[in-house]
Design a protein around this ligand. Structure first.
Ligand code: BES
Ligand code: ZN
Ligand code: ZN
Length: 471
């Protein structure tokens, strides 16, 4: 399916079907539709951002379902050029279907979606074709990358073992300007020993993937760190079956930062980005790490394992120490992780938990994300959370809070904070996507499964940080 933007009048474009959005139609309810000759009329309630996205998402789903048309054109007179993103989001994200594991899939007929310049008006009633084309192409790039991200997260654990996922990522980046460095289990055992310990229960060896874009070119430097647990059984502190079932989602953090760096590369943004992905399974076996073990991070900090299911924070601890060692003078550090189930209880499944010391940076993220239809909720630290909350009788830290003070998602952030150098405390955001990265029933333009949350808002956030460094 390809979206083509033409400098043409709608009536001069040849297509099998014309989609006509009707705002003023008394008899129709929102999303009602009917076909007359070769026109599909769809009622749209208003031209708000999310209404456009959802209406187009429903429409494209309908077109795919009928599977009758090879080409369609859109008649959306009256839509503003500011709503381009809403339009393209609806078409590409709404048109996504994860059919990889279905034996009988119909081949989709739809090849071309034509959008005409005539579709857009702006306040001056004058718009430049090339400018809109550029905007449309940017939105297409972002959304196609979100769909790759969704594909990776949706794919089952056997197809996305650390080795297979690292190869898939390398392949996706083959033609990019991103340098891919993949480190194996021997390197991880030596250099990131805590990461190694959480992985050793699995026959599928871990991988560390370091993606570099624009290294040493003098740009601002953003480091993205991602939890990539390709399957989380909980380990010896085994999860109950119904909690374990969809734990292929536990690699979402790592996959998201692959999606972000790829998008930044595709848009050629002038910034240095590093994505550090820790890929590991958390399995149960005679070789798995155990409750009561004391493990050591790269820098020699010791952690007593009180629950092998709190594996993500251990992985992140080593990835943090590795990143700060390897990359000098970092401007921003953002980590993405499906870290705590409790984030859903705290804020629901429609947004990510946003944690960090720098309020201005958090506010900026929240503001930007609203424009991209991805929501973050501020989960504030307070100093009491830091008081002896991870005390162990025998090691520097325990890996779960040792007194029940609640706030599990914030406490995840409190743990990782211990592995961040002082100079970076104010440059860091921790993003818990355990709820929003994977949904069980369709929502907005998302189907069951991976949402691809984070790629779009983070790309815009990073873009903003290039031009404004006051936070
Ligand atoms: N991967 C899970 C978190 C998770 C739960 C993600 C549900 C998505 C949906 C994580 O490794 C985990 O198990 N965390 C524990 C932490 C606890 C033991 C401190 C949790 O959330 O229960
Ligand atoms: Zn876990
Ligand atoms: Zn996990």
């Amino acid at each position: 399916m390809e979206i083509k933007f033409l400098n043409n009048k709608i009536e001069n474009i040849q297509a099998d079907l014309e989609i006509v959005l009707l705002k003023k139609h008394k008899l129709l309810k929102a999303n009602d539709r009917f076909i007359q000759k070769n026109k599909l009329y769809v009622k749209i309630a208003d031209f708000k951002h999310y209404t456009i996205t959802e209406t187009l998402s429903n429409t494209i789903k309908y077109i795919h379902k009928t599977n009758k048309y090879k080409s369609i054109k859109l008649s959306l007179y009256g839509i503003s050029d500011k709503k381009i993103q809403a339009l393209i989001d609806g078409l590409i994200l709404g048109g996504y279907d994860f059919t990889k594991y279905q034996s009988k899939t119909k081949k989709l007929k739809l090849k071309d979606i034509f959008i005409a310049k005539e579709n857009f008006i702006n306040s001056d009633n004058f718009i430049d074709y090339e400018e809109i084309k550029l905007l449309i192409n940017k939105c297409i790039i972002v959304n196609n990358n979100i769909n790759i991200t969704r594909d990776m997260i949706n794919s089952v654990a056997e197809d996305t073992t650390p080795i297979k996922l690292s190869k898939w990522i390398e392949k996706e980046l083959e033609d990019s300007n991103i340098k891919c460095i993949v480190k194996d289990e021997d390197y991880i055992q030596k250099e990131l020993p805590a990461f190694y310990d959480i992985s050793k229960g699995s026959v599928n060896n871990p991988r560390l993937v370091h993606l570099k874009y624009n290294e040493n070119k003098g740009y601002k430097k953003v480091v993205l760190i991602g939890k990539g647990v390709t399957f989380d059984t909980g380990g010896m502190s085994l999860k109950p079956s119904n909690y374990m079932y969809d734990m292929r989602l536990d690699k979402a953090g790592a996959v998201t930062i692959f999606g972000i760096i790829k998008t930044i590369n595709d848009l050629k943004l002038p910034i240095e980005v590093h994505s550090i992905l820790g890929l590991s399974e958390n399995m149960i076996s005679n070789n798995a790490y155990k409750p009561g073990d004391v493990i050591k991070t790269r820098k020699g900090k010791t952690i007593e394992i009180m629950n092998t299911d709190a594996e993500g924070r251990i992985l992140l601890a080593d990835l943090f120490e590795y990143s700060q060692d390897k990359i000098k003078k970092i401007d921003y550090i953002f980590d993405y992780a499906t870290l705590t189930g409790s984030v859903v209880g705290a804020i629901g499944q429609y947004s990510a938990g946003l944690i960090g010391h720098n309020n201005k940076l958090k506010i900026k993220m929240i503001k930007i994300s609203k424009k991209t239809d991805e929501e973050y909720v501020d989960l504030p630290f307070n100093r009491y959370f830091f008081e002896n909350s991870y005390q162990s009788a025998i090691a520097d830290f325990s890996n779960i809070p040792t007194s029940s003070i609640g706030g599990g998602t914030i406490m995840g952030g409190v743990f990782i904070d211990n592995f961040l150098e002082k100079k970076y405390k104010n440059k860091w955001l921790h993003i818990d996507i355990a709820g929003v990265s994977f949904i069980k029933s369709s929502w907005k333009y998302h189907q069951y499964g991976a949402t691809g949350f984070g790629v779009k808002s983070s790309m815009y956030m990073i873009k903003k940080l290039i031009s404004n460094s006051s936070v």
